[in-house]
Design a protein around this ligand. Sequence first.
Ligand SMILES: Cc1cc2nc3c(=O)[nH]c(=O)nc-3n(C[C@H](O)[C@H](O)[C@H](O)COP(=O)(O)O)c2cc1C
Length: 182
Amino acid sequence: MAGKRIFPPTTALYPAPVVLVSCGDFMGEKNALTVAWTGTVASDPPAVVIGIRPTRYSFGLIQRYGDFVVNLPRDEHLDILEYCGSVSGRTEDKFEKAGLTADRPESVRAPLVKEFPVNIECKVKDRIPMGSHDLFIAEVMAVHVDPSVLTEGEIDAEKMRAIAYWNGKYYRLGERIGKRKV
Ligand SMILES: Cc1cc2nc3c(=O)[nH]c(=O)nc-3n(C[C@H](O)[C@H](O)[C@H](O)COP(=O)(O)O)c2cc1C
């Protein structure tokens, strides 16, 4: 076998989740941006991270209100992800233009996006600058799940028709190939 090629440092960890992060105030100014630099970072209490460039309009909103909502998309939401990931809330009301409905959160100020089947309310606990992006580390405060994506009380990946992001491309998550034994 030929030797492996060595790449210079790059963002090689794929697949990444791709999500719509909503922020601001449910009762006032609100915005949403597409985020691929995100993940779960702790189980108890459950915590997530998002990497946001300080130049984003959303950055200031997340800092001001100290929270955000991670909205998990389905395959049918690709156009919304593309739109919210290429236009800034500084110049357009993305909720209005994309036909998104703001739903009332339980324990944060940021709005939920009603059209997305899973909404994870997050409260910022820490911010760590990391070069191009700042990492917002946040505790999960509440999770809203549409019953249409549940099987026996669990979120069902096939019903979700969840999508992943890999180097500029989107993929629908497919068949299950295993199950944890422990
Ligand atoms: C697939 C995809 C993934 C993205 N991931 C991120 C990300 O992880 N962090 C980030 O700051 N911007 C990311 N962006 C870019 C922002 O979504 C984009 O710049 C957006 O217009 C910023 O909106 P805002 O200025 O209203 O906050 C991504 C865009 C796309 C299309």
